[in-house]
Design a protein around this ligand. Structure first.
Ligand SMILES: [Cu+2]
Length: 188
């Protein structure tokens, strides 16, 4: 135990953080100035953390986001190309090859009306002509609109491309498993 300082004997004590009590107007002024400055210091430090932490979080989100974005933009020497055009109210497709009979492959896909649906067919999703493409093949889609802006979208394939009149947008896919994938125009 340290000896207790006697009354009116101001000395520092172990682990002291604050000031000693002032006994003159000068020291009282120093303490008051310190407290004022410290108040603003705390406010500014808090605001800095408040600002810098979200900024760091945004940067952390931006990196994987841009990586994926640029990866999706890449079109690796496609094996086949399908030109897709949006219409009110159907899609038309044309493939970049001709059949053995020398015919080009072009067709329209209309939604099957609700009254014509058969058991097991999906309402608002089933079409009369499906686009059939091979698996494990780099496929390029060239997308455009013929009247208004449409949007060629198939969620399970990660496909969503604006179909703008007078403009050709390109996107590519490689389908890893066989299946029937549905999509709808994603332009309101
Ligand atoms: Cu549309």
């Amino acid at each position: 135990m340290l000896p207790m300082p006697s009354l009116s004997c101001d000395v520092p004590y172990p682990w002291q953080i604050g000031f000693q009590d002032g006994a003159t107007p000068t020291f009282e002024g120093i303490v008051e100035l310190h407290d004022t400055i410290f108040f603003y210091l705390v406010v500014i430090s808090f605001l800095l953390v408040w600002t810098i932490t979200p900024a760091l979080v945004l940067i952390a989100i931006a990196f994987p986001s841009f990586k994926l974005l640029y990866l999706m933009d890449e079109v690796i020497s496609p094996t086949m190309t399908v030109k897709v055009a949006g219409h009110q109210w159907y899609w038309s497709q044309s493939f970049d090859f001709i059949t053995a009979d020398g015919e080009s492959v072009e067709f329209d896909s209309y939604m099957v009306p609700e009254s014509d649906l058969t058991q097991g067919q999906l309402r608002l999703l089933e079409v009369d002509n499906r686009v059939v493409v091979p698996v494990d093949t780099h496929i390029r889609f060239i997308v455009t609109g013929q009247d208004v802006i449409h949007d060629w979208a198939v969620p399970a394939l990660g496909l969503k491309m604006d179909a703008v009149p007078g403009r050709l947008n390109q996107t590519s896919i490689i389908v890893q498993r066989p299946g029937v994938y549905y999509g709808q125009c994603s332009e309101i």
